[in-house]
Design a protein around this ligand. Structure first.
Ligand code: ZN
Length: 218
């Protein structure tokens, strides 16, 4: 069982339950939830809350067509269905939601080298302002020191990384925003593989990463 120490915040979980996140963040949340009993439990309560709100809507005298429209949306599956993500499978590095995007497991990822042994694979999520990528950081390797122009959600799938806010291992999620500046370093022992969603370019503090940024779309 994965022992998650760094949990997801309520904002992202609620956004997921409401179906209001960009697809890249949806993917990170769904993958985290399938690794964390805590997140699964909290998500269930948000979904129950969402269901209660729908009943509330049901009870209030709405204009006839708006009620019909709401029911039609539910029937057509526009609303996120109230269901629990599947429990993780015992085998494999990638939980099911991520396997569906990759079309397989870790061995099936088409990595592109981005220098210093770091590799990435940008995933085919919707072009809705956010990007999801897999990152492979060799054991002991530091990522360039950077800040953020938006949100960055990083979920560890293998190995671990360390920055000012702690050590993040499989199942742990770190959410960085415009206030956060960090230099994640992959822990020794095993290459660190993360799933990362961003909705804005990173802010690099040194010259070389700034040049590389255009090529890497990071
Ligand atoms: Zn960052």
């Amino acid at each position: 069982m994965t022992m998650v120490k760094h949990h997801i915040n309520d904002e992202l979980l609620m956004g997921y339950a409401a179906g209001s996140l960009p697809e890249a963040f949806d993917l990170v949340v769904a993958t985290h939830v399938s690794l964390s009993d805590d997140a699964r439990g909290r998500l269930a309560s948000f979904e129950a809350l969402g269901g209660a709100l729908l009943e509330e809507v049901d009870a209030t005298p709405l204009a006839e067509d708006s009620f019909a429209e709401t029911m039609a949306r539910i029937r057509e599956g526009d609303m996120r269905p109230i269901q629990r993500p599947a429990r993780p499978r015992a085998a494999g590095v990638f939980p099911k939601p991520l396997q569906d995007y990759v079309g397989g497991d870790l061995a099936d990822v088409k990595w592109k080298s981005v220098g210093l042994g770091v590799k990435q694979c940008i995933l085919g999520t919707a072009k809705d302002g956010a990007t999801a990528r897999l990152l492979l950081i060799p054991a002991g390797q530091a990522m360039p020191d950077h800040g953020h122009n938006g949100l960055e959600a990083t979920l560890v799938l293998q190995g671990a990384f360390i920055d000012d806010s702690g050590r993040f291992a499989r199942g742990d999620i770190e959410v960085a925003d415009v206030e956060t500046e960090h230099m994640p370093v992959a822990d020794i022992g095993e290459d660190c593989i993360c799933l990362v969603a961003t909705d804005a370019p990173l802010k690099f503090n040194s010259f070389l990463p700034k040049i590389a940024q255009r090529i890497l779309r990071i």
